[in-house]
Unconditional design. Structure first.
Length: 285
């Protein structure tokens, strides 16, 4: 098991053998299934011509489909669940004494970096898979294409007047893709959400290098920061604004924040992980 490859392979085996990622995946799938069922019931008995396309009926379009459960998942569940997969591995290893056995065989740098990498990948996948499943479910109940986005604003309010809302999306990032290919736009949103799940899980792992006080703090501190920023910052600077598709008529996104914010936070998390290692600090104490 010596070397980087050995400890990396061991870290992947450890995360898949634990039950944390299974629970996180099941909870996430349930959180996606609930709004899907609700969306289907809302259109029960309607003519097929009234149905929105699968891209519009995706549960992530919470404002259009009235799938508030999706918003609850994004705000309160996504980050703690994804972090729980492996972000606390260092914390648990130090508490159990396992780290003292692993580090001499792999090296401190390899041990910490492999833990960080597996943390990011496991969090990314545990969010990516349920969101992809939610989009696939939409194709099981709704047509792949529809002439109009039925019930765009309120149920029983036809979207036969696109001029009233179409121009409101001109300023959002990837507005052309939003109008021309909603499914591909949804996939882009799904990947973006999963990316943020991996980044904040990495931030949780970084926190574990500095404190041993509480596993709860390690897993939930990034979520608390996310909620605080979503409450006090202007809408265009709130991460929550970018984790869900824009609301018709209420567009507050900027391309600069969309692109730069994950880069900045990812770099900050990587620096926080590398700093104690480069300074020779014993992160196992």
């Amino acid at each position: 098991m010596r070397g980087r490859r050995g400890i990396l392979a061991l870290s992947f085996r450890r995360v898949w053998r634990t039950s944390a990622w299974r629970y996180a995946l099941v909870v996430s799938l349930v959180a996606m299934a609930i709004p899907f069922v609700r969306g289907c019931l809302n259109f029960w008995g309607h003519d097929v011509a009234e149905l929105p396309s699968a891209g519009v009926a995706w549960v992530g379009n919470y404002a259009t489909m009235r799938t508030t459960t999706f918003a609850v998942y994004i705000f309160f569940l996504m980050f703690p669940l994804s972090s729980a997969c492996y972000s606390d591995s260092l914390f648990n290893d130090v508490r159990s004494g396992r780290a003292a056995a692993l580090v001499p065989r792999s090296g401190l740098f390899s041990y910490v970096l492999s833990g960080a990498f597996v943390t990011f990948v496991s969090a990314f996948l545990v969010v990516l898979v349920p969101l992809l499943v939610s989009q696939l479910l939409s194709f099981a109940a709704f047509p792949a294409e529809a002439s109009e986005d039925a019930f765009l604003t309120f149920f029983n309010d036809s979207s036969s007047y696109p001029n009233l809302w179409g121009s409101s999306f001109d300023d959002i990032p990837f507005s052309g893709l939003y109008v021309s290919n909603r499914v591909l736009y949804n996939l882009l949103r799904i990947a973006y959400d999963a990316l943020w799940a991996g980044i904040l899980a990495l931030a949780s792992f970084a926190i574990s290098l500095y404190t041993r006080r509480s596993r709860f703090v390690i897993l939930c501190a990034p979520t608390f920061v996310f909620l605080a920023c979503s409450t006090f910052l202007p809408p265009a600077l709130r991460l929550s604004t970018y984790l869900m598709p824009p609301v018709p008529g209420v567009v507050m996104e900027t391309m600069a924040f969309l692109v730069l914010s994950p880069i900045v936070v990812l770099c900050a998390a990587c620096i926080a992980i590398a700093w104690p290692l480069l300074r020779g600090r014993d992160v196992l104490l």
